[in-house]
Design a protein around this ligand. Sequence first.
Ligand code: COA
Length: 182
Amino acid sequence: MLTNKTYIGGGITLRQIEMADCNARYVAWLNDPEVNQYLETRWNEQNLETVSEFVKFQRENDHSVLFAIRLSSDDRHIGNIKIGPINFHYNHADISYFIGEKDMWNKGIATNAINMICDFGFHELSLHRIEAGAYEKAVGSCKALEKNGFVREGVFRKQVMSGNEYMDSYHYGLLKSEYRKI
Ligand SMILES: CC(C)(COP(=O)(O)OP(=O)(O)OC[C@H]1O[C@@H](n2cnc3c(N)ncnc32)[C@H](O)[C@@H]1OP(=O)(O)O)[C@@H](O)C(=O)NCCC(=O)NCCS
């Protein structure tokens, strides 16, 4: 699903990802155990081909949009945030995200990017509900969702694993009426 929508604020820019963003740095993020410990991509070794295929699919399909998160100062690609799959019958969608550049963690970037993609989902896609999942130990991710008003609606006990440890997975939801621009 192609969109030319751009969101700018809090030092970052969200723009739909481009094939030119598929490079060794992006591959290295996904193979970094610290970055991928709560990402499902970690179950397969990532390379330029897998990443390019994924980005191509995301650009061409009709039920999701993958945005690159960039630093507004120099346009550097530092992570991704995706909305989809989108359910056009019930007008809801999932979001997922990661910040690959570790020196950019803890600067409010995920919180900000989630706020921007929810703006896109509620106002451009006319969704009425957005959902996200997070591992129990993904504290930064849970906090970024909760700071955006997401409600923890479900706990799936010991559903997932990181390292050798089973842990709960949380299901979050945000309604359009609850959305506030940061
Ligand atoms: C998790 C992740 C998305 C957080 O992104 P971020 O830009 O660092 O998050 P923010 O700066 O918006 O932080 C939101 C809150 O979480 C806190 N936080 C961030 N990382 C944290 C961590 N590892 N442990 C505890 N708290 C953390 C921040 O301090 C902030 O809290 P505060 O407002 O009370 O100070 C990022 O670290 C990341 O991409 N990690 C690897 C991939 C991943 O886990 N993705 C999520 C899959 S569900």
